[in-house]
Design a protein around this ligand. Structure first.
Ligand code: ZN
Ligand code: ZN
Length: 78
């Protein structure tokens, strides 16, 4: 059984609101798409906690005020 990110695959919608202005945050995509898997900017170890394949980390951003935040989703089996 394959495990996939539900957000990358469109199975769930991002439903986080901006803590600054309350607008709905937009999914900017998985962080891999920004930095690559071996980038020094990958400070996502705190999300992964030794199990690198159980989470997909996305960048969420607010189109209204520019706030951005990382969020991790558990992978789901399909
Ligand atoms: Zn994802
Ligand atoms: Zn905002």
């Amino acid at each position: 059984m394959e495990k996939v990110c539900p957000v990358c695959n469109g199975l769930v919608a991002v439903a986080e609101n901006c803590p600054r202005c309350g607008r709905r945050l937009v999914d900017g995509g998985a962080l891999e798409n920004y930095f690559g898997p071996y980038s020094p900017y990958m400070d996502v170890a705190s999300f992964q906690q030794g199990a690198p394949d159980v989470h997909c980390v996305h960048l969420l951003y607010c189109p209204a005020c520019g706030y951005d935040v990382r969020a991790a989703w558990d992978l789901v089996a399909i």
